[in-house]
Design a protein around this ligand. Sequence first.
Ligand SMILES: Nc1ncnc2c1ncn2[C@@H]1O[C@H](COP(=O)(O)OP(=O)(O)OP(=O)(O)O)[C@@H](O)[C@H]1O
Ligand SMILES: [Mg+2]
Length: 249
Amino acid sequence: MKAPEIRVKGLCKSFGDNKVLKDLEITLEAGKVNFIIGRSGGGKSVLLKHLTGLLTPDSGEVWYGDREFFRAGKREKENLRKSVGLLFQDGALFDSLSAGENVIFPLWYHRAMPEDKAKERALSLLKDLGMEGAYDHRVEDLSGGEKKRVAIARALVMEPGVLFFDEPTTGLDPILSTQVDALILEARERTGATVAVVSHDIAAALSISDRIHLLHEGRVLLSGTAFDFKKSDLPEVKAFLTGDEPEGP
Ligand SMILES: Nc1ncnc2c1ncn2[C@@H]1O[C@H](COP(=O)(O)OP(=O)(O)OP(=O)(O)O)[C@@H](O)[C@H]1O
Ligand SMILES: [Mg+2]
């Protein structure tokens, strides 16, 4: 199950009185680039955290192919986790490690390859991201955009079958954003991975996605291709594409 379809069924999650996910259903197609868009605070990051078991649902299921994540045993969960590369919205780098050590960390943690090979791969990924020379730099000395790129390299380093990116281009300049978009597509081409990208970049969603999913009030309001979104008459979809407030009734 290298690049599984990921299917979420009836996912509910509240924090106190705040009902964030309300019976949410979503299917991330195998080997495709799925964009997840929606208003700030709408639950996109909370959804990604459920997909990786960082949050436990109040109710609902997360299926990787024919395996349900929350019912899986400890070892199976570990294997599923190993097959997922995750970019956190805030990067979540280890400040005590260098940039390169951060990239290598998953390889080391999963004892995936010898150290010299691991370093070679980390260096090559950093180079792809225009960060050659940063291997030994301290994380705290990096700019926001550089940190983001180190975190992206770390998500890619295991060549996982599933890639989750929470706002990979937020805070990057337009040229870097385009490079990161290209890198996401290239990683998908190379590994055939199932990809989910949470993004506020509608232009990117419309140009590089296979499918877009609009999260609205705790559910997926529309799943479809860029074409489906452009021709949709739903006011919430139109508002999203134009950046305007939806019109009242
Ligand atoms: N651990 C938590 N405890 C309590 N509330 C939380 C927790 N995590 C998220 N929330 C709340 O859940 C809601 C959804 O948050 P989430 O981070 O998923 O939004 P988002 O769609 O990713 O927004 P953004 O586009 O700004 O990143 C917010 O109201 C947030 O305050
Ligand atoms: Mg978020």
